[in-house]
Design a binder for this molecule. Sequence first.
Ligand code: IMP
Length: 497
Amino acid sequence: MAKIIDEISRTFNEYLIIPGLTTKKHTPDNIDLKTPLVKFKKGEEAAISLNIPFVSSIMQSVSDSGMAIALAKEGGLSFIFGSQSVESQAQMVRTVKKHKAGFVESRANLTPEHTLKDVLELKERTGFSTIGITDDGSAEGVFLGLVTGRDYRISKDAPGKKVKDFMTPFADLITAKVGLSLSEANDVIWQNKLNTLPIIGDDQRLHYFVFRKDYNSHKENPNELLDAQKRLRVGAGINTRDYKERVPALVDAGVDVLCIDSSDGFSEWQKDTIDFIKEYNSDVLIGAGNVVDHEGFLYLAEAGADFIKVGVGGGSICITRETKGIGRGQATALIEVAKARDEYFEKTGEYIPLCSDGAIVQDYHMTLALAMGADFLMMGRYFARFDESPTRKLLIGGNYVKEYWGEGSNRARNWQRYDMGGNSNLKFEEGVDSYVPYAGKLKDNLDQTIGKIRATMCSCGTISLNELQTNAKLTLVSSTSIIEGGAHDVIVKDTNN
Ligand code: IMP
């Protein structure tokens, strides 16, 4: 007979936090959310720490370069999805590393031989009305001109009119050379009453645009997650099949940290991948997972993982538990793995950060996960709702939504994530294709969420995440106390009336 674990597999919803003594020093401004991303020895500091305990999921519908830039600006980190070609993933990493506040890579480009029809189609598809005209139509090509809405009249100009006949040519444009500061660029914009300043490198190649409209958002963010050269930090997901090609390309592109993306990380494939990476370059940082118990943690810790990800089957788009019957309630998984991590630290003096992956529904679940021992949280659904996620925003049934699909869905076709080795071609879905309610800008939502975490930590009388992990008191709740926790026995006013 199989070994039966008596302990019930529990979710975040089944716990609450009991307040501790709040002293006068426990104000939201004093709370420190800095947290280690990778392992470190007792008494030392982690090579990379996050300024807020959030990373975005290794998913096509969540983490591209746009999300990575937005999240690193707020102090978190994205892991760029690995279910794409090595070249395009490395290019996304490069885009983040090249990013400079206020300097935007041109995201809509054509050649002089294209037509007005192409311009209109590109504008419709991308939403960008400033189009860089380069010799090869790429964002880094030789810069030949600019097209904006002021260069054509749809009612008068024929759709077949060539771009070269209505663009503002390079010779008539005011441009600046790479290397000037943002405030210098803004001076040029103001002095010349420009809307867009193209920034050009050697050989007249296009590097960036600086836009007048972005002026107000250029202010530096003190929380930004930067490397030693003041570039934004970025992570990337890899799989256990093509790592020998993928890892060198990502390292070459400047990636800060890697993570093996798998629904079940307790496998020899993960150990082989870590062995390869550490031999290739022992400075490369690599997270592994996902595991849900003591044994899984120990296996990956001994394999050399720099952080370990916890969670099987709890993701909002996940149907792994229904299809394969594997998984564990996220709270129980986290509590057991955190105990294993603490014992390992005690024994070896090596602290391995834990990432709680998936199953966060309410903001307070985040504080619970952190109190249960997670050092940071990976979230998909949470980030998919924002402007910065790479998916389409649609109007469905009168409400704005964003698309959000699992890596194990037919849409993503990321079969490597569910790879069990061998050559089997049998594929089945472990994720769904869905919509999530559109929630606006990442920064606005993050500010609210972080505000709630800070407030809860004040209530607990804890000033740092380490104190939260050590001092917080958690309690299980009964199903009736969950009802007590919501508005009850009152007639809630309909605020629409
Ligand atoms: P969420 O934050 O609850 O939406 O969960 C996101 C997490 O679900 C990701 O970080 C992955 O670990 C996991 N995940 C992503 N795609 C799939 C899938 O198709 N099936 C199962 N789990 C998935």
